[in-house]
Ligand binder design. Structure first.
Ligand SMILES: [Zn+2]
Length: 106
């Protein structure tokens, strides 16, 4: 059993005590907090990253579709592979991200 200083009032309190005996400030060891928070943070971080991927690929898909539309409707359409290629890649990226989100939740 070790004594820790209360973060609020500086009283020496047992690290097993749920709260400071002097002021009632909750005492918790750093390792307990880390053990509770780490898996949750990792899962949330992955989900957030996948959602960001999903949002970026969707935006890219919409932009490239507009690009294809504008390129084909211009009076002098220039034959370009870039716009359809970006469109196709963003669609593949979006599908892959969707599968990864489904995989993480399933
Ligand atoms: Zn205290």
């Amino acid at each position: 059993m070790a004594l820790v200083k209360c973060p609020d009032c500086g009283t020496n309190v047992s690290d097993r005590a749920p709260a400071c005996v002097n002021c009632g400030c909750p005492i918790s060891s750093a390792s307990d907090v880390a053990a509770l928070k780490t898996p949750l943070t990792t899962t949330q971080g992955t989900a957030k990253r996948l959602k960001a991927h999903s949002a970026i690929s969707m935006t890219l898909l919409v932009v490239s579709l507009l690009w294809v539309f504008m390129a084909s409707s211009s009076p002098n359409p220039e034959p370009s592979i870039i716009a359809p290629a970006v469109c196709f890649l963003s669609l593949v990226w979006l599908i892959v991200t969707r599968i990864r989100i489904w995989w993480h939740h399933g």
